[in-house]
Design a protein around this ligand. Structure first.
Ligand SMILES: NC(=O)c1ccc[n+]([C@@H]2O[C@H](COP(=O)([O-])OP(=O)(O)OC[C@H]3O[C@@H](n4cnc5c(N)ncnc54)[C@H](O)[C@@H]3O)[C@@H](O)[C@H]2O)c1
Length: 349
């Protein structure tokens, strides 16, 4: 394999690109971000200057057409699909922020193109790379839980509503907390469960506080008129192995914690919680419990995610977060919205 540096393009020079992706790419020895694109030229030029990126575009299609080794996509959710398709079409590997897309049809289209082109398509589910996620995944892999029959997943915030239009305008985001943070907690839990196949979903999605001033936003003011996505969603999922899952997700709501980002698995041999890593069971008729040990000061998530993507390209390995897993996550989220809209249970194919 050639020792030349991987040439990377970045599309979408906003918050997550500036705070996390570009600093992480700086730490990858064998890669260099050589081009950036953003419809906001000031944003693109700003990151180009800060991170020493030579080429700047305002049209993502021009960057995609360069056919660089890889493209990292950090645009609002609904703009992922065209940028991913254009980049894959030009022969680049692609890392795309979560949610990979807001419909399963789009995920399938991107995934099938990646497969046809023999390119890696990786979803930016950085939480899988956190130390405590890796520790609980390994513990579950040892068979400690036995058959898992139920999961509870929460991505519940009290007042952390994003202020950027990219999250509040449904034409940009395709959904509220369900797509923004529900996607993280759900992906993490399904990954820990080994991705059982979801078959039936019911759900609700509603806006309780997003258009009013009842709850002050902890990240500042937001455009109440533009806010046309849900601020609360919940779903109930049945899997083909008989297991079930309950998901709750919110940006705004009355609860003590500013954030409850967690999941809990109930198995026939034991139960476990993330991120506390507490487990509970019974041994010889006695209640037993403990805490799984995760390495101290360990993985932060995003840097390891980006390193895993770069390593997979260099070593010719499969996608560290493949679209064939993300499609189950998106199918559940999409079905929660559809169930809420139609008042019916949704059967997944
Ligand atoms: N993994 C995480 O923890 C995490 C955290 C925050 C955001 N995200 C995801 O990252 C993505 C971006 O979020 P953000 O917080 O950086 O949003 P942001 O609004 O701060 O930035 C988005 C950027 O994309 C640009 N953009 C919009 N349309 C474009 C187009 N057609 N071509 C090129 N650029 C375009 C905007 O001008 C803006 O600079 C979203 O999908 C979000 O879900 C992930």
């Amino acid at each position: 394999m050639s020792q030349a540096k991987l040439r990377i393009g970045l599309i979408g020079a906003g918050g997550i690109a500036r705070s996390v992706h570009l600093p992480a790419w700086k730490n990858i020895n064998n890669a260099e971000v050589v081009a950036v694109a953003d419809i906001n030229e000031t944003a693109a030029r700003g990151v180009a200057e800060t991170f020493g990126i030579p080429e700047v575009y305002t049209d993502y299609r021009k960057l995609a057409a360069l056919g660089l080794d890889a493209v990292d996509i950090c645009t609002p959710n609904k703009l992922h699909t065209p940028a991913v398709l254009a980049s894959l079409e030009a022969g680049s590997h692609v890392l795309c922020e979560k949610p990979l897309a807001v419909t399963t049809a789009e995920v399938r289209r991107m995934g099938e193109l990646a497969d046809r082109k023999g390119r890696i398509l990786m979803t930016g589910q950085h939480m899988r790379f956190l130390s405590h996620s890796q520790a609980v995944k390994a513990w579950i892999g040892s068979g400690a839980l036995g058959e898992v029959y139920h999961a509870r997943v929460r991505a519940m915030r009290r007042a952390w509503i994003p202020t950027s239009p990219g999250f509040l305008d449904p034409d940009l985001s395709g959904g509220g907390p369900c797509m923004d943070i529900g996607v993280h907690a759900l992906d993490n839990c399904l990954w820990a469960m080994g991705f059982p196949k979801p078959v039936r979903v019911t759900g609700t999605s509603r806006r309780n506080f997003g258009n009013s001033h009842e709850i002050p936003g902890a990240w500042g003011e937001w455009d109440r008129a533009l806010m046309q996505v849900e601020d609360f969603a919940a779903g109930f999922v049945h899997f083909d192995n008989g297991a079930t899952l309950q998901l709750e997700s919110a940006w705004l709501g009355h609860q003590e914690e500013m954030e409850d980002f967690s999941w809990q698995l109930f198995g026939r041999k034991a139960g476990v919680q993330w991120p506390s890593l507490k487990w509970s069971s019974v041994h010889a008729g006695q209640f037993v419990q403990g805490t799984i040990t995760a390495p101290r000061g360990g993985a932060k998530g995003h840097p390891e995610e980006i390193a895993a993507f770069a390593a997979a390209i260099r070593d010719g390995k499969p996608s560290p977060v493949p679209w064939t897993e993300s499609i189950h996550v998106i199918a559940i989220l999409e079905a929660i919205y559809e169930s809420s809209r139609t008042g019916r249970e949704i059967i997944l194919n």
